[in-house]
Design a protein. Structure first.
Ligand code: AMP
Length: 259
């Protein structure tokens, strides 16, 4: 059995939360978990889909008024959408990866009382990168399937999704004005329940940075314009893993945790 097949077997029926600030790569990590057969349940995509499919409803107008400001959509809108999704047979059978949910203590409490979460993967990403990762590197997402792209991971054809051929667009909330607000909300609200998850012993850290002394093949490092990308972190400068490098690290963490 090759490594990917082993990971699929390990993950069958498991429920995972991808936890991290905006711009930390929750979408990309979730895609990798979807590739090993977990159902990807992204609250942001679920909300954007509702808004797209039902543009004139009261719920859409209410949700959009929060989303456009980078504010959190109220729990009474988000929680039922997500819980309904998690009841679907494919989620129960395959297991799922939750991306962008929970984001408040209420959401977390409800989720933990209604479901069984096996693992929380905490994405550890330097703060400086979060601004660049959302605003500076031309982040785009597919209007059809939600896949994400940027200057680090560009699509094969400009403006077209590699996965489904859908159009790529900049998100309405990816602006310099909202990112500060979104990071503040993350630090104040989302991090508030992180200790509850840690107490349950289900949190594993997944850092994107590579220690300076660590030898690593060039092909696993993030590059911009062909050059290895360095970012400020805790005063010093460090290298960061690219998609392929993060996938290897993700697989290693999963193998260690579940075996
Ligand atoms: P995301 O794609 O996860 O960055 O989400 C985009 C926007 O959707 C957020 O800025 C919020 O306005 C809203 N949103 C997504 N998930 C949640 C959630 N769990 N709770 C409240 N609002 C959310």
């Amino acid at each position: 059995m090759d490594r990917k097949e082993r990971i699929k077997a390990i993950l069958k029926g498991k429920n995972i939360i991808i936890f991290g600030p905006p711009g930390s790569g929750k979408g990309a990590r979730s895609e990798e978990l979807k590739d090993v057969c977990l159902v990807h349940v992204a609250s942001g995509i679920a909300l954007r889909t509702k808004v797209r499919d039902d543009p004139d409803s009261v719920l859409t107008h209410r949700a959009l008024s929060f989303m456009k400001r980078g504010a959190l959509v109220p729990d009474d809108i988000v929680v039922p959408i997500i819980l309904e999704y998690l009841q679907k047979p494919q989620c129960i059978k395959n297991g799922y990866v939750l991306d962008g949910f929970p984001r408040t203590k209420t959401q977390c409490d409800i989720l933990l009382s209604e479901t069984n979460i096996d693992l929380v993967l905490y994405l550890v990403v330097p703060r400086d990168f979060l601004f660049f990762g959302v605003i500076g590197c031309n982040r785009l997402s597919c209007v059809s399937c939600g896949s994400g792209y940027s200057d680090f991971d560009p699509p094969k054809n400009a403006g077209v999704c590699d996965n489904c051929g859908g159009n790529l667009e900049k998100r309405v909330d990816d602006t310099a004005a909202t990112i500060e607000n979104r990071l503040k909300l993350y630090e104040e609200q989302t991090m508030s329940f992180f200790p509850d998850l840690e107490k349950k012993g289900i949190v594993k850290r997944l850092p994107i940075t590579v220690k300076n002394e660590e030898e690593i093949e060039d092909k696993y490092l993030k590059k911009l314009g062909g050059e290895v990308y360095w970012i400020k972190d805790n005063g010093g400068k460090v290298r960061m893993l690219n998609k392929e490098g993060m996938k290897r690290r993700l697989y290693a963490v999963l193998e260690e945790y579940f075996q």
